[in-house]
Design a protein around this ligand. Sequence first.
Ligand SMILES: Cc1ncc(COP(=O)(O)O)c(C=O)c1O
Length: 375
Amino acid sequence: MKKKFIPVSKPLLTDIDILNIFKSLKQGWVSSEGPNVHKFEKKFSKYLGKKYSVAVANGTAALEIAVKSLGFKKGDEIIIPNFTIISNALAAIKQDLDIKLVDCDLFDWNMNYYKLLDSITNKTKAIIVTHIYNFPFRIDNLKKFCKKRKIIIIEDAAEVFGQDILGKKCGSFGDISTFSFYANKQITTGEGGMISTNNKILYKKMMSLRNLCFGKINRFNHDDIGWNYRMTNIQATLGISQLSRINSIVKERQRIGNIYYKLLKNVKNIYIPKPINNVSKNIYWVVGILLIRNKNLTAIKVIEDLKKKNIGARPFFWPISNQDVFKNYKFYDKKKYKNSNYLSKQGLYLPNYLGIKKNEITYICKSLIEILQKY
Ligand SMILES: Cc1ncc(COP(=O)(O)O)c(C=O)c1O
């Protein structure tokens, strides 16, 4: 009998989530005006230990608002990782900032710390620190460095919500931190995002930017060029419901990651990050693996072979430096960033949705090993 397709990701919606949404719909709140948006923001801030949070339409919107709220000038320099989601670059480009890219580390896939330090100049106004896939970037160390030099840190914690660095929550380090609640994230609101900060002025600016910058005196004479990036009450209701389970969600991700690690750690030609390092437990937002040594073996080939066995898998990010849409920008360079290039061709991630069964993971690993023997 043909096996049922195992998707790379799917959200876990419990009966309580559904009941909570049903109850809030019964009360008639559908737009962003409903009480649960503010309630979600409050609970989120409390969980994170930050003063203020602004719920928005998605993680990309969160980054756009965060960057714009800082009021930089055209041409100001911002540093971002090269191996990351395009949203990091878009937020900077939309404010006409000058982007500097930093290559990633081959082992933990975050920006390489020393390359980042090397690329900071006295023109650097801000850094977007994005924690990638498994382990957090050492933002705790960077923070001290940036504080002295008055460089702003925007912490993109979309992938690591619920993880910590030496006991302090990821997303609580940045001057501004951003999150996504897309369906594959630790908690989901369908689409959705959040921005958190301790700075009241930035908070007020961000609240205004997400809501068309309505005028304070004459509502329809707007204060600035903003967006409608509001979150609905329905989404916020789901967010509150999911947030209440964050600890068990993180444990489940780690449990799944650990099963994969045990099954794959000794397989030739694969690198899989371990379950723990000296500051943090691996959150396994995705169970990423790197195909090593054999140059003929690319992630795309393995993904195609896995698909034939009814297993979903995805390639890693495509570097910002190599995006054809950016070919007219100064930072476009297909050769310079060797580690990002390597990861983007040789990296893939495997199914790890909440609730995946152990026998499914065993089947995936067995299939992967069989495929690798072909090459
Ligand atoms: C690190 C990171 N930042 C931002 C985003 C964008 O979030 P969204 O899809 O909600 O716009 C993602 C999406 O996966 C992401 O991984």
